[in-house]
Design a protein around this ligand. Structure first.
Ligand code: NDP
Ligand code: PYC
Length: 340
């Protein structure tokens, strides 16, 4: 049933639609499955900028020839505690799925291990990576550069990507503690959604192409985004560039944008994921670190503040029970994907 606000869908129906559309633009079955899962999970968790809207983004990247649609990820071990997956130019989701069990085993064996995803196309959020690891009892950190869209603090011309950082911590009873955010003032996807809706953006989000502050979403997309927290976000954005670019032999955001050469595809490059087994420092038997973390979480919540991921898990519970509502205009655009 369609109403003026949107199209109600079960998660199963949304997953089937996403897979069918990704197959229709030419993605191989295993990629379509992995990519659809990420998009449906974002929509389920109430993350509009990285939910099913990303079907339009992924389809555009495939059409632009930025993605290798049937890439076969290759897993290797450059060191005892190091895992590499060469994604072969495909979307990052399948590469991560191939590397995940190897990373988990390496972290359990060595106490800490790192996974480099190389030569992948990234349109997605990073929380799925750290949540999956935290559900294995591991502490996790992930980051990736993107395209040069963000000006350094003190400048107005793009150098950095929107460069997200995600962190996951296991909890003894229930869902892991997870946060995941861009080092820009906001994800670029959020500005794209404002542009699509014809809405202004806060002046703190970016500059126009002349370097002047603006509330025009398109002007920011054509100009430069700002980092969050001034010089602090700027330094973190630089760290992400270095860790998930040159350190793992992959592209910086400037290099990714240059490679795109105006095609308008999603960023190409690497992602670094670090997994730590608490037993490596503390010994197998103890769970004291978990209890002490719980005490800190309780102190946060006791004063009415919420934990990052509290909103996510509430949205997830609601979507699992009730399904989701896809905005009508977005649904129509999705239905047009792959249609003659
Ligand atoms: P937000 O600024 O919305 O921040 C999201 C994070 O902050 C979530 O962990 C969220 O938890 C938490 N949070 C938000 N509000 C509060 C609050 N009041 N109290 C406590 N915690 C809070 O996200 P961004 O716009 O920066 O990024 C959105 C997504 O975009 C991310 O998932 C990121 O990975 C993705 N992205 C991907 C890029 C890529 O290159 N692949 C580039 C840039 C962004 P909760 O979920 O519970 O609300
Ligand atoms: O929203 O900034 C963003 C983004 C970049 C790549 C994927 N999402």
């Amino acid at each position: 049933m369609t109403d003026h606000a949107g199209v109600p869908m079960t998660l199963a129906a949304l997953r089937a639609l996403a897979r069918a559309k990704l197959r229709a633009v030419g993605l191989a079955e295993d990629h379509a499955e992995a990519v659809a899962e990420t998009m449906v999970a974002g929509e389920r968790d109430g993350c509009a900028s990285h939910g099913i809207y990303r079907l339009l983004v992924a389809a555009a990247s495939v059409r632009a020839g930025v993605v290798v649609p049937d890439a076969v990820p290759v897993v290797s071990r450059p060191g005892k505690a190091l895992v590499r997956v060469d994604g072969g130019g495909g979307f990052a989701q399948l590469a991560f799925a191939r590397g995940l069990p190897v990373l988990v085993a390496a972290a359990r064996e060595h106490g800490i291990a790192a996974l480099a995803l190389n030569h992948v196309v990234h349109f997605a959020a990073l929380w799925p990576e750290v949540e999956a690891l935290a559900r294995e009892g591991l502490v996790a950190l992930a980051c990736t550069p993107s395209h040069a869209w963000v000006a350094p603090a003190g400048g107005t011309q793009p150098v950095f990507g929107t460069n997200p950082i995600a962190f996951g911590w296991p909890r003894p009873a229930g869902d892991p503690f997870v946060f995941d955010f861009a080092t820009s003032a906001v994800a670029r996807g959020e500005i794209e959604l404002h542009r699509r809706a014809g809405l202004p953006v806060p002046e703190e989000w970016g500059y126009d192409a002349e370097g002047a502050p603006t509330t025009d979403a398109k002007a920011v997309l054509d100009g430069a985004m700002r980092t969050f927290g001034g010089h602090k976000g700027s330094a973190l954005a630089a760290m992400v560039e270095l860790l998930a670019g040159p350190l793992i032999g992959d592209l910086t955001s400037r290099e990714s944008l240059a490679l795109d050469d105006g095609r308008g595809g999603s960023p190409v490059g690497g992602e670094l994921i670090v997994a730590i087994d608490p037993a490596g420092f503390l010994g197998e038997a103890t769970t004291a670190h978990l209890a002490r973390a719980e005490a800190m979480f309780a102190a946060i919540e006791a004063q009415g503040a919420r934990l990052p991921s509290a909103r996510r898990y509430a949205a997830r519970a609601h979507s699992l029970a009730e399904g989701v509502v896809v905005p009508a205009a977005l649904h129509a655009e999705i239905m047009a994907i792959g249609a003659a």
